[in-house]
Write a protein that binds this ligand. Sequence first.
Ligand code: LCS
Length: 398
Amino acid sequence: MADHHRTFGIHTTAIHAGESPDPATGALVPPLHLATTYHLGTAENGAAIFAGEKEAYVYTRWGNPTVAAFERKAAALEHAEAALATASGMAAIAAAILTIVKAGDHIVSAGAIYPSAYHLMVTQLGALGIQTSFVDATDPANVERAIRPATKLVYLETPGNPLLTLCDLEAIGAIARRAGVATICDNTFASPVNQRPLDLGIDTVVHSATKYFCGHGDAVGGLVAGRAAFIERCFTEPLRYYGGIMAPFNAYLMLRGTITLPLRVERHNANALALAAWLEHHPAVARVSYPGLPSHPQHALAKRQMPGGFGGMVCFDLKGGIEAGARLMNAVKVCSLAVSLGDARSLITHPASTTHSVVTREARLAQGVTDGLVRLSVGLEDVEDLIADLDAGLDRRQ
Ligand code: LCS
């Protein structure tokens, strides 16, 4: 089953990889195993399991059949040898990083990453004696310059949250390999349907599976995918002891969602491209950021690196600033004013009046979050309805 991706297309892989009929009942759908503990049989059998002579499920924090099925499916989609499912995207990021770095080590990270990942590095890892240098990773030379003797990890996210800037994974992967430094890429925004960092020379991928893998906005989870030896270490070291495993019920929902991942992402891509192109010509809009538009400064890289499509996230800047953003948020009826992304429903945020209203204007602007910035997670609705919904909230008299 792990070899599915070598012979089958992505839709077949998403449906069949990691699954097989339940040996006990013949059930075609992987059963939801909620049991926290498993019968060890006899004392002798239990001893053999604990001595590592026999493989068996023992306790759900150490392994669960429903979670394992999701891990196999996710690994096949990412072209990874193995994957680990976690309680959230942040649990995946923390576990993957802590597998690599220890006190005294140094990380080079892209600056344009999900804010909680940034805070994890600055506050939590900083307190453990792990230093991080944040660089503009849109230019691989900046990553190369920041690598020091103590550097153990280059951390990337592409497209980056929220401004959709890209990192050249092939170029940065090669720089890190030459320096003997490990690489992690957060592939949440692209999903493996659009971009496979491991095929481009990145060592490990992390995901907030809460987003496109789940796809229906009803389960929080994360993934680490990469080489089998790394995944084993990630499990036996940080994950097992910090305990951020995925709950079986969430794995069941993730398995169900992942079956349609390629189908959904194709439509997210198509809807987002159409909306971005429409927004670019709207009189109320100053600027659109979408990797699939020729106006994106890294469009050539996007075409190379994202063969499946350019994703469902679109950012745009309103000429009318804060007031125009608030007006749009209050006018939309099909799009929901909500954080998160990758849902079937379109989700819209205006950071200046919502998520970023607590930071100073100067700090906000320094992060590229302008007064009129709108972030849209384009859903699976009819694109004509999305266009009409946004148009009703945008002032055409600009
Ligand atoms: N990585 C990326 C790129 C994300 O966007 C998020 C969450 C995470 C990791 C963390 O995943 P979680 O632990 O929440 O599963 N992004 C969010 C966002 O943009 N709005 O709300 C959450």
